[in-house]
Unconditional design. Sequence first.
Length: 248
Amino acid sequence: MMAGKKIEEAWSATTSIVLGEPLEGIDKFGRWLFSGMPGWREVKTKSGQAIVPCYAVFPSLPDSKVALMADLKEVSGIQLDIGGKPSAERLASQMGKKGKFIVDLAEGENLDVERCSIYKNLSVAHMCLDCFYSKYISYDWFCDYNDRIFGCQFTFSSQFCIKCYHSSSLSRCFEMDSCSKCSDSYFCHDCENLQNCMFCFNVNNLRYAVANTVVGKEKFELLKKEVLSRTVRELRKNGAASLSIYNF
């Protein structure tokens, strides 16, 4: 299922704000947005396509044991033939043959949710896993209380962000890891309260800084334009960008 119109509009608006130019067709960038995340596998079941997470016990489940919430009535109605004297071994054998595991969960009020699993109170979401209380999100993993974030993991209470990880309270950020309360910043790690910064690490309370050094607005904007122009060119050509917070 391709992303719907509302997700495409949110993606285009967010890339325009964060990267300086709008990008179209979010699914073309799906592999890049999901890079570095645990991901999932998809299994065809009787009731439809199931999204099976690649963490905890889920990877050990064979496809034949996967079921959806739509199968609950059938799964819960399975009867075990314990015959004769009941025993734990016999019950385990029967469960091994007949038992199934429901892998999807949807609670609360949800609207326009596409190809997502394990979620609650989402509005306009696409290709997300373990996400809650958010809107206009896509290609995210374990993210809560967000608005217009894409390709993020363990990111909370943030808005207009792309490929941010283990962070919270970010606005208009790109490729941030382990950061909080930052805005308009790029490629930073373990930082707090940054504004208009790039390539900073293990620092707090900086503005117009590059590599932990305050350079002023003019120099910062020049470097930002150069880096983002290169990023957009690569994305349009390859559907992915070579530079990330984990390799610069």
